[in-house]
Design a protein around this ligand. Structure first.
Ligand SMILES: NC(=O)c1ccc[n+]([C@@H]2O[C@H](COP(=O)([O-])OP(=O)(O)OC[C@H]3O[C@@H](n4cnc5c(N)ncnc54)[C@H](OP(=O)(O)O)[C@@H]3O)[C@@H](O)[C@H]2O)c1
Length: 180
């Protein structure tokens, strides 16, 4: 099975977004996101990024599709038109089918769920989703979208040193799903 991981940046109240975009600008976190999602360990494989339509809309045109990754956008809108090469999925089961596909395991290394709130809520409930890459921002922002509570079901496995950028402290932490 192709691993399904989540990557997210959260503030101290698990806030992730405001008015359709990120509430903060942290170049170090963008770099971490790019490196984590776009560099498979095997040079013969690619990673997949799965996002909700609103998150797709939030990416500036010049940066999308996200380079060096297969982009999948979840939408229920059959008429939504996306650039060539960007895939559309009408439900999360399609992503799970992809993860279980024997054919794809030789070309896809990891499926990263990259948000936003609606997609995180669905992904985190799936037992197939085993690992979280969380950027913890040590501050409260005004947010209208949130990451679901996760610390009952996941345990910390790696913690970075804190980073300070423009007066905002944050750190990177990895979590694995607890064994039942
Ligand atoms: N901090 C972070 O790491 C981070 C990461 C990503 C995003 N964000 C932020 O999160 C916010 C967006 O989150 P959001 O919850 O409003 O939107 P979202 O999850 O990005 O997208 C929601 C849309 O996805 C589609 N969708 C949702 N569930 C689906 C399903 N089961 N099957 C098929 N399609 C489905 C629908 O699209 P249609 O309406 O087209 O049907 C829905 O309107 C933004 O502020 C963004 O900046 C933050």
């Amino acid at each position: 099975m192709i691993p399904i991981n989540i990557i997210v940046a959260i503030d101290a109240q698990r806030g992730i977004g405001k008015n359709g975009s990120l509430p903060w600008e942290l170049a170090g976190d963008i770099k971490h996101f790019r490196e984590t999602t776009s560099k498979p360990r095997s040079p013969k494989k690619r990673n997949v990024v799965v996002m909700g339509r609103k998150t797709w809309d939030s990416i500036p045109q010049e940066y999308r599709p996200l380079a060096n990754r297969m982009n999948i956008v979840l939408t229920r809108n059959r008429r939504l038109s996306l650039p060539e090469g960007v895939l559309k999925a009408e439900n999360f089961d399609k992503v799970l089918q992809m993860a279980k596909s024997e054919q794809l395991k030789n070309v896809i290394e990891t499926i990263f769920v990259i948000g936003g709130q609606q997609i995180y809520e669905e992904a985190i409930k799936c037992p197939e989703c085993e690992k979280l890459y969380v950027t913890h921002i040590h501050k409260d922002f005004e947010c209208d979208t949130f990451f679901p509570p996760f610390q009952d079901a996941f345990q910390s496995t790696a913690v970075s040193d804190p980073v300070n950028e423009s007066g905002i402290a944050y750190h990177f932490e990895e979590y694995a799903r607890k064994n039942k």
